[in-house]
Ligand binder design. Structure first.
Ligand SMILES: *Cc1c(COP(=O)(O)O)cnc(C)c1O
Length: 425
């Protein structure tokens, strides 16, 4: 496979951007080789600067659930552009999108729009602290909630494979209120509540952990978090930046029937444009300015182009919820192929989300995820790439399916997975 153009662009980019990229995992650091420079994408396929074509399972890390260049979404964006790119004033579009979100996720009684998932989670935690008057939060090892200071502790994905697990430049004093629990471990959460009575403002969790590879919640785990937070007067925050509109219209909270106090959204909700949302119980959201004393603002928040893309995307999902059945059927197909081809590996799955871990140990948390053979993953990744399958350049990311993946894509992907299992040692 020729990557000459990508190599030239990568060399130039390294002079301009740290590591040649604008988000670390894109640099192929943990798998080696030259990052593929994407020129364009259409449906389920991406095309690089050298003219190579790939079936895309990165999906911009989740937003493009309808596939790339989905016609009604592109048209909505083009129409919105003609009316101006940003006003810094309230719009009908924001309201439309907010009401659509509320219809899908009734727990989000009141919400605020922001411009990224990072901002959504950071702001939700501030609201929880302001509302409870408490400082401490519990997060889980291996869960990623964006790159805000207080949350960069054992944060999974990019931070997991980088040289330093936790970030330099974050003063200890900024993370001293962040308490760490083990995903799927009730004891670890119970212990922290016991050690810090009346001090814990919130528990923040990915209801399906998808940033250390895919780690589903064990039966009863989310119900347990609901119960212990309620009992202790703490706010339960579901970070649904990946699972929102991915596990179904009702997100992971609808899928598992557990209702959080606050929810954060990103990725799909912006339909491929920069957008995040946080919201939940009215009482808590009324603590946010200008109603309450928790300050939070944004020049481009509720941006009309991003809201147009979000509205068009959610409309298609709400009008055709059978799309989720189709995604599940595609996931059935690929996870079966993976399990058959790689009998010693672990194939984890929740809804249509899945990933493969190169370890013989069941993966239920951060420690077990770390037993994976990342070198083997790197060789497997490159075999797939050279055979036209673009997956995440890290063991600790998941695969994303879209409505645009075709029968032909599935067949080819299964064939390449089988060949990879034979060839890659
Ligand atoms: C991607 C992600 C974020 C951060 O969103 P950005 O838009 O990249 O800032 C937060 N939480 C989860 C669960 C994510 O997957």
């Amino acid at each position: 496979m020729k990557l000459d153009e990508s190599k030239i662009l990568y060399d130039r980019s390294r002079e301009v951007f740290p590591g040649g990229v604008n988000s670390p995992v894109r640099a192929f650091g943990s798998v080696g080789g030259t990052p593929v420079f994407v020129k364009r994408a259409s449906g389920s396929h991406i095309y690089d600067e050298d003219g190579n074509e790939y079936i895309d399972y990165v999906d911009s890390w989740g937003p493009c659930i309808l596939g790339h260049g989905c016609e009604p979404v592109i048209r909505a964006v083009q129409e919105a552009c003609a009316d101006g790119l940003s006003f810094g004033a309230p719009t009908r579009k924001e309201l439309t999108l907010g009401e659509m979100i509320k219809a899908c996720l009734p727990s989000m009684e009141m919400m605020r729009m922001v411009s990224s998932g990072t901002e959504a989670v950071m702001s939700a935690i501030r609201a929880a602290r302001g509302y409870t008057g408490r400082n401490k939060i519990i997060k889980f090892k291996g869960c990623y909630h964006g790159h805000s200071d207080g949350l960069l502790v054992k944060a999974g994905s990019g931070a997991l494979t980088g040289s330093a697990p936790d970030s330099a430049g974050v003063p200890r004093s900024y993370t001293k209120h962040t308490l760490l629990a083990d995903y799927n471990s009730r004891e670890s959460v119970t212990r922290l509540f016991g050690q810090h009575p009346g001090k814990i403002a919130a528990v923040v969790v990915e209801p399906v952990a998808a940033n250390m590879g895919l780690v589903p919640p064990q039966p009863g785990f989310l119900e347990f978090l609901r119960e212990i937070t309620t009992r202790n007067g703490a706010v339960l925050i579901f970070d649904e930046v990946i699972t929102g509109f991915r596990m179904g219209l009702g997100g992971a909270q609808g899928y598992y029937h557990v209702t959080p106090d606050l929810t954060t959204l990103g990725k799909i909700v912006g339909g491929g444009m920069p957008m995040g949302v946080y919201g939940g119980r009215r009482e808590i959201m009324e603590a946010v300015s200008p109603l309450g004393k928790v300050y939070q603002a944004g020049t481009l928040s509720g941006n009309p182009i991003a809201t147009a893309a979000g509205i068009a995307t959610l409309k298609i999902l709400m009008d055709g919820p059978e799309l989720y059945e189709e995604l599940n059927a595609k996931a059935d197909r690929l996870t079966a192929a993976l399990a058959a081809a790689l009998p010693k590996a672990q194939v984890n799955r929740a809804g249509s989300l899945f990933s493969v871990f190169f370890t013989e140990q069941p993966v239920t948390d951060y420690e077990s995820a770390l037993t994976s053979d990342t070198g083997l993953y790197g060789r497997y990744f490159h075999y797939l790439l050279e055979n036209g399958i673009y997956t995440a350049p890290s063991q600790f990311e998941i695969l994303f399916l879209s409505a645009a993946h075709t029968e032909e894509d599935m067949e080819k992907t299964c064939r390449v997975i089988e060949a990879a299992a034979r060839e890659v040692k």
